[in-house]
Design a protein around this ligand. Structure first.
Ligand SMILES: [Zn+2]
Length: 61
């Protein structure tokens, strides 16, 4: 079965939380790995590794 490559993803540098961008829902959803949701630490102030210039709606210039 082919692996689906998410269009975009982000990970927290503090707790390991991982999200993937769900285009159909238009929002971030928790990623799964090994059948478990990678929710990280509930009270973490997530430090996403894509902070700053990241823009999921960027133009393809
Ligand atoms: Zn976090």
């Amino acid at each position: 079965m082919a692996e689906v490559v998410p269009p975009s993803k982000r990970a927290c540098e503090r707790c390991g939380r991982m999200d993937v961008w769900d285009e159909s829902q238009g929002k971030w959803v928790v990623a799964e790995a090994d059948g478990r949701e990678q929710t990280g630490t509930p009270h973490c102030l997530h430090e996403w590794d894509i902070n700053g210039s990241y823009n999921p709606l960027r133009d393809d210039a």
